[in-house]
Design a protein around this ligand. Sequence first.
Ligand SMILES: Cc1cc2nc3c(=O)[nH]c(=O)nc-3n(C[C@H](O)[C@H](O)[C@H](O)COP(=O)(O)OP(=O)(O)OC[C@H]3O[C@@H](n4cnc5c(N)ncnc54)[C@H](O)[C@@H]3O)c2cc1C
Length: 467
Amino acid sequence: MAGIDNQPRYDVVVVGGGNAALCAAIAARREGARVLVLELADAFGRGGNTRHTRNMRCAHDTATASLTGPYTADEFWDDLQRVTKGETDEALARFMIEESKEVLHWIAEQGVRWQPSLGGTLSLGRTNSFFLGGGRAMLNALYQTAERLGVEIRYRSEVVEIALEDGVFRTLTVRDPDGCYEVEAAALVAAAGGFESNIAWLKEYWGEAAENFLIRGTANNRGTVLKMLLDQGVAPVGDPTQCHAVAIDARAPRYDGGIITRLDCVVFGIVVNRDAVRFYDEGEDLWPKRYAIWGRLVAAQPGQIAYIIFDAPSLERFMPSLYPPIRGETVADLAHALDLDATTLDATIAAFNAAVRPGTFDHTILDDCATQGLSPPKSHWAQRIETAPFYAYPVRPGITFTYLGTRVNRQARVMMADGRPAPNVFAAGEIMAGNVLGQGYAAGIGMTIGAVFGRVAGREAARHVRN
Ligand SMILES: Cc1cc2nc3c(=O)[nH]c(=O)nc-3n(C[C@H](O)[C@H](O)[C@H](O)COP(=O)(O)OP(=O)(O)OC[C@H]3O[C@@H](n4cnc5c(N)ncnc54)[C@H](O)[C@@H]3O)c2cc1C
């Protein structure tokens, strides 16, 4: 492998190969910079978690071919404030939301195509644009555009060292199949994801429970770049235990199970833990506002496992997971198949059924089907579980991405712990998501953070180099 003397000098080096990295690379190149992208994965596995995505949430003032109605910046802000319970940098979040209007069109200009709006359990047709062909097709378009514009992309290239001097980026070290070498560039964009696939790091905050976490996306997001930056005085942002975590089929693989292992049937039944008892209100709010808390709820249960229990009429009401539900002709059969105590499960279901008050079931609104006198309650969509056969899905915490990250300003410039902006270091995507997401999640914001701050980071990095 070439030594440092043979390396061309780049204006902007981008670490990562997902949405944030590609948006940064394209934006920097369009500003005239010479850009290098370093992606740990090979060409087939490129694109980290972005490969698994389906949609992006952007503000817009009118309906379009792919969105069923307006979604104003104020409404987006209200939604974000609600899900984060105010744990967000308001100025930065409002800036992101305002920029998202233009990004909706900018992304399409880079070759990404939107599909007509969708229905389904997440009910996102008005707020979220769906990628035609999904995240992989979206990425393919971005890679094609980047390459056409002259961005250099190196696969199987892991950044193993970053040298900052007093907050100024100097060089980085890359390991590829031939060995290690150094790269120099005038500016760095860090877009290498969170640390969700680093079980040892997760254990620092979650203890042994993290051993039972499943990672919904790439095994490559180990947070090594994040750690290198934090170790060199970059200001951290966010609570390390906060993350996007949903309930996924417990039979999913450790990594890369993707979207097909997620389960959206919580609202149709009850959820019990290993002791066969309920632990949270399954009907607290509409599913798009609650699906991202269920991973954390299951993580807090013994053995980090839970079971969604429902009966025959609900079977066709939701998208199943990749695996078939576990079935029992009686509650006792089901308990046996799940290895749960049959007497306790029977008592849990009986208590629930007795508490259900009549109402008109409609899972698209906060309906009037609720329990009375039950703890925890089921506030909406409560229906008796009484028609055989009975079904269950076992679920575990499925970690999507973590929120601990690098603090940035609205130029996507990384902030140092002493409050100074790092002159030539930028960050975008999961690695800085915690600036916007202190906690909670609303579907599609991961891609907004990556696209908006990726574009800003690329543009600002190129401008920094030019000046
Ligand atoms: C199953 C699933 C479904 C999702 N669905 C949606 C959705 O529909 N809408 C939405 O908004 N969000 C969704 N998300 C979240 C979304 O994927 C992320 O928020 C977004 O893709 C993050 O983009 P990113 O570019 O920051 O990171 P990634 O796309 O994960 O890219 C990070 C890249 O960094 C590379 N990398 C890591 N370490 C190094 C290193 N040391 N050197 C070089 N390269 C390195 C990785 O290989 C990877 O390519 C989903 C996530 C998952 C897992």
